[in-house]
Design a binder for this molecule. Structure first.
Ligand code: S3P
Length: 167
């Protein structure tokens, strides 16, 4: 039995989970782990290929298993993929954990992520898709989070500091 993650970062793609997570881990002298990276390593293929070849539902099942393993094993900073909170069983795995939601408004999301087609959910009309994505997900991020940190006007260092202060 381990002590579990020190902090779990959730939030939309581009909210800075990986950058902030790595900075925070360094600051805490703790390891960093990212469930997207765990899935890519285990599958030996990119996430965009898993979406295209097997569909989103299959990816969410792989993600649920990755979150279950990471939550059980990892004692440092953990980042989840932006859509992990869509799955009810995955949300359940986060109960009682120190979850931080990195929030970002739609304009900032379009500026940061824009037309990056490596992110499979934003292939066309990124502004409309961002709006719909955030409308569908915002309440789920809020539901699992203990702390919300707005990232819009902050550098990754400032976001890491805000989380550090909130812990
Ligand atoms: C997704 C976000 C991605 C990745 C996959 C799906 C999403 O993670 O898990 O492309 O549904 O928002 P990041 O948030 O780390 O980019």
């Amino acid at each position: 039995m381990t002590g579990g993650p020190l902090v779990v970062l959730v939030g939309p793609m581009g909210s800075g989970k990986s950058t902030v997570g790595a900075l925070l881990a360094e600051r805490l002298g703790a390891p960093y782990r990212d469930t997207d990276a765990d899935i890519v390593a285990a599958q030996g293929r990119e996430i965009s290929d898993i979406f295209v070849e097997d569909g989103e539902a299959h990816f969410r099942a792989l993600e649920r298993d990755a979150v279950r393993a990471a939550v059980a094993e990892h004692e440092g900073v953990l980042s989840l993929g932006g859509g992990a909170i869509l799955d009810a069983s995955t949300r359940e795995l986060l109960t009682g954990l120190p979850v931080v939601y990195l929030s970002m408004d739609v304009d900032e999301a379009v500026r940061r992520v824009g037309l990056n087609t490596a992110r499979p959910l934003l292939a066309v009309n990124p502004r409309r898709q961002w709006r719909e994505l955030m409308e569908a997900r915002r309440h789920l991020y809020t539901e699992v989070a203990r702390v919300v940190v707005a990232t819009d006007d902050r550098t990754p260092e400032e976001v890491a500091q805000a989380i550090f202060d909130a812990l």
